[in-house]
Design a protein around this ligand. Sequence first.
Ligand code: FES
Length: 99
Amino acid sequence: VRSCQTYIDDVEDAEITTIGAIGDNKIGAAVQQAWVELDVVQCGYCQSGQIMSAIGLLRENPKPTASEIDNYMYGNACRCGTYQRIRAGIQRAAEILEA
Ligand code: FES
């Protein structure tokens, strides 16, 4: 869920995980590891959203194809153009989770 498009009243009773706590769960830790291994980040501006979306994707689809990744991640703009590395990072995180 994009926090910039969500009213706090709409989630007041929901459990909320932010980027600061993603390493506390298996998928988040795998994404963090993959991002570091592949040096995904350029400037970093978009990366909180990219990483949170990557985790959402892997929760729904543990082994996404390149096309599924592109479709799911559509709308997360990266001005640095790191889309290839983001896709590779998601695929690497899926491998880590599968091992
Ligand atoms: Fe710079 Fe995405 S890494 S905007």
